[in-house]
Design a protein around this ligand. Sequence first.
Ligand SMILES: NC(=O)c1ccc[n+]([C@@H]2O[C@H](COP(=O)([O-])OP(=O)(O)OC[C@H]3O[C@@H](n4cnc5c(N)ncnc54)[C@H](O)[C@@H]3O)[C@@H](O)[C@H]2O)c1
Length: 255
Amino acid sequence: MLAGKVAVVTGGAQGMGASDAEAMIAQGAKVVITDVNTEKGAETEKRLSARGSCKFLKHDVTDEASWKQVVKTTLDTFGGLDILVNNAGVGGRASVEKTTLETWRKTMEVNGTGVFLGMQAVYPHMKAQKRGSIINIASVNGLMGARYPDPETTANAGYYASKGAVVILTKLAATQFGPHGIRVNAICPGVIRTEMSSSSFSDPDRMRYFENVIPYNRFGSVEDVAAAVVFLASDLAGFINGVALPVDGGQTAKA
Ligand SMILES: NC(=O)c1ccc[n+]([C@@H]2O[C@H](COP(=O)([O-])OP(=O)(O)OC[C@H]3O[C@@H](n4cnc5c(N)ncnc54)[C@H](O)[C@@H]3O)[C@@H](O)[C@H]2O)c1
């Protein structure tokens, strides 16, 4: 489905990003994974290189200059850039009342500004070649406020605000990039088992709560999200532009 295409996945050292990279490589893409975690990034590069073409780059998505380097190295290494998955993100928990300004700023910077800079960085190349697919990883928390019984266990205020920003920024970019052959879509994962959500998975009360709000018979996996990434990246999704697709077992349908 992705033969001949080149992708960049941010936050690709582990979790959903590594799974997205693996799924796209399985479909024939060449993939650059970027992350601030160099140890895990190198490990993942080694693991995925056994299955296809994969390169790891140290990269902080909040750093504009390093985005230029990512685009240049991707073009130099794999000779193209067709897909960007803006996946890197940070979590954390606190109510609106208790979220510190420092946490708010850090979360907005990585989850919001990082996506903005990524779209800006790849745009000139994608515009010149008149094609591209950008997939921004938002969250169900960008579509609705959570109603957890205990507000202190909910995601921090900056998380919701940043993911909401990603959803609407995706729609704006879709309208501005679309005329140049570039599709921009968001994926809004629900409860997915990764390191970020591990504290939820080890909390029985919280998991009972999630069982009640997800109208399906299980929680999500990184493979569930990767399948949506592959689809949106591929030409099969050729007329899908500007959507915020929940991959959540129906959680937002029930909200
Ligand atoms: N796990 C879930 O339930 C869930 C649900 C909805 C949305 N999401 C979103 O999915 C994405 C992936 O999350 P995950 O669950 O795989 O988390 P994760 O913590 O396992 O992986 C996130 C990766 O992003 C990297 N990263 C953090 N800051 C960075 C920066 N400034 N520059 C580059 N890389 C950076 C981390 O090093 C890490 O490898 C995130 O955007 C997250 O908000 C996760």
